[in-house]
Design a binder for this molecule. Structure first.
Ligand SMILES: Nc1ncnc2c1ncn2[C@@H]1O[C@H](COP(=O)(O)OP(=O)(O)OP(=O)(O)O)[C@@H](O)[C@H]1O
Length: 235
């Protein structure tokens, strides 16, 4: 399997503050890694380094694909464009009819084709976040960076969108780095959970989850959550 991303002894400081110290990990095609850590430990910084928004102070980051999407905590849609135009905006396809057809198919994947011509202001928070996931998918990414994409949503909507993401992961074989505070969310979505410390964002525990996502029932999740919480502490 191809490696998409490698962090080798990466450190990041902002002014005098050391945020990340000596972090190493890698991600292969189709791998879903959840980064679980306390607020302010540097999870978003890891995504920003991966996407090239920030340079590491020391160490090396190798991103072996140019095809990646970023789903932010807030949807960040262009308010003056309709839902479909937000999707078309990021697509590279040349043929206009094909392009529109593909955009509609992507919206159908997140059950939003019926609001294709709405402006973002007419959508609920959950719908906006679905559009931003669709927009990330529209670039045919090999890797998607997701920064607590559902943290602002109510539990029911959060659960439904997690189900959408699980389906997208299983159907599209995309590598994902998923940042969250929520151990249960990490357990439902990821193949591998990386627990980060508050100091220096170092890895304090890694958990591999061999069971398929659609076979992780309540009993399994409860059992593993107890194990994971021993490492997560006060997150
Ligand atoms: N561009 C920047 N300039 C200066 N300091 C920064 C910058 N980006 C992040 N920081 C600092 O780095 C630390 C880690 O921030 P980061 O957003 O990566 O944490 P986080 O784990 O994602 O937090 P949260 O879970 O609350 O979103 C914080 O102290 C933050 O203030």
């Amino acid at each position: 399997m191809d490696v998409l991303l490698e962090f080798n002894s990466v450190s990041v400081s902002f002014y005098e503050e050391k945020v990340i110290e000596n972090l190493s990990f890698s991600l292969k095609q189709g791998d879903v890694i959840a980064l679980l850590g306390p607020s302010g430990c540097g999870k978003t910084t890891i995504l920003n380094i991966t996407s090239g928004l920030i340079d590491p102070t020391r160490g090396k980051v190798s991103l072996h694909t140019k095809k990646f999407g970023y789903v932010f905590q807030e949807p960040r849609l262009l308010p003056w464009r309709t839902v479909i135009d937000n999707i078309l905006f990021v697509m590279r396809e040349k043929n206009k009819t094909d392009k529109k057809q593909k955009a509609i198919e992507i919206l159908r994947m997140v059950s939003l084709d019926h609001v294709a011509n709405y402006y973002p202001s007419k959508l609920s928070g959950g719908m906006k976040q679905r559009v931003s996931i669709a927009r990330a998918l529209a670039t045919h990414p090999e890797l998607i960076l997701m920064d607590e994409p559902f943290s602002a949503l109510d539990p029911k909507l959060k659960y439904e969108l997690q189900q959408d993401v699980i389906q997208l992961i299983d159907e599209n074989h995309i590598g994902i780095i998923y940042v969250t505070h929520d151990p249960l969310e990490a357990l439902r979505l990821a193949d591998r959970i990386v627990v980060l410390s508050s100091q220096g964002c170092s890895i304090i525990h890694e958990m591999k989850i061999a069971k398929k996502r659609n076979e992780r029932d309540y009993e399994f999740l409860t059992q593993v959550e107890i194990e994971l919480r021993k490492w997560v502490g006060g997150i």
